[in-house]
Design a protein around this ligand. Structure first.
Ligand code: NAD
Length: 247
């Protein structure tokens, strides 16, 4: 079998360098281009990459997509900071009848995706729920995209189940009660040495249920990234999240 030709953008970064190692170690993939700050994106085309992986910054990733999609390169994007406006920009680049596949996932860890599924399954059964997320201090966004998304999923299930807001008598909390994503309070910690950890705690009369996911090493994102790399050519258009690629 001819190996799939891969280019990595943000290749010198924490995630990008992990992707470079993972692609190098996979027999069915061939690393043909590595791009970082100051390099020309067009070298992805010159190197005849078929799939590119981007772990850069919210600004840089849009330049990557604006070059790659019209050039017919399939894209796997782990860079965070996407919202509905940005997804619309990507759909506009893809056009009405896309030939190119783009997978964008804010979390490529299989465990984190399952943590969200388990949290959704529990969400209708408990009056109280809060989330604590812990990341390294270089992270610029808070709460994390994963925590915000988990809270949205839980909130949606609670609303469909007609659950009221969790009981809370706090008055004038001065920020101590975290940020509210719908009915769900999210608390963010930034600790040296941390990678990414999230704890979702549900509580009802006489019981607590805690669902915890701990990313201890960036290697945990690689099975999800490689799965997306191998599927993206068969998924023309925009796919958001790893969830649908797992089944
Ligand atoms: P990092 O700062 O270590 O790496 C980013 C790299 O991108 C750097 O090497 C930088 O030089 C490079 N870069 C910046 N601008 C560029 C440009 N215009 N062209 C080419 N390269 C450019 O950051 P990181 O920790 O690797 O995270 C990168 C992104 O991935 C962030 O958005 C982060 O939130 C996200 N992330 C996603 C997941 C996931 O599972 N989806 C997991 C961890 C981090």
């Amino acid at each position: 079998m001819t190996p799939l030709r891969i280019g990595v953008v943000g290749a010198a970064g924490r995630m990008g360098s992990e992707v470079v190692r993972a692609v190098d170690a996979a027999d069915d993939l061939q690393l043909v281009a590595v791009v970082d700050l100051g390099d020309r994106l067009t070298q992805l085309v010159t190197a005849r990459a078929e799939v590119i992986v981007d772990f850069t910054t919210p600004t840089a990733v849009m330049d990557t997509l604006a070059m790659a999609i019209p050039a017919g390169l399939h894209c796997v994007v782990g860079t965070t900071g996407f919202d509905e406006g940005r997804y619309a920009e990507v759909r506009a680049l893809l056009g009405p009848d896309p030939a190119v596949g783009v997978v964008i996932a804010a979390n490529f860890s299989v465990g984190a995706v399952l943590m969200m599924r388990f949290a959704a399954a529990a969400a209708a059964y408990f009056p109280s729920v809060e989330i604590v997320e812990t990341h390294h201090p270089s992270k610029v966004d808070a709460p994390s995209g994963t925590a915000a998304h988990t809270a949205e999923v839980i909130d949606e299930v609670r609303r469909r189940a007609n659950l009221p807001f969790p009981p809370d008598a706090t008055v004038g909390d001065a920020g101590a009660r975290g940020v509210a994503v719908g009915a769900v309070r999210v608390h963010s910690q930034r600790l040296v040495g941390a990678v990414a950890r999230q704890q979702v705690t549900f509580a009802g009369p006489g019981e607590l249920l805690t669902i915890e996911h701990d990313s201890r090493d960036r290697a945990c994102f690689m099975p999800g990234v490689l799965r997306a790399v191998r599927c993206v050519r068969d998924l023309p258009g925009l796919t958001v999240g790893l969830d649908s690629l797992l089944d």
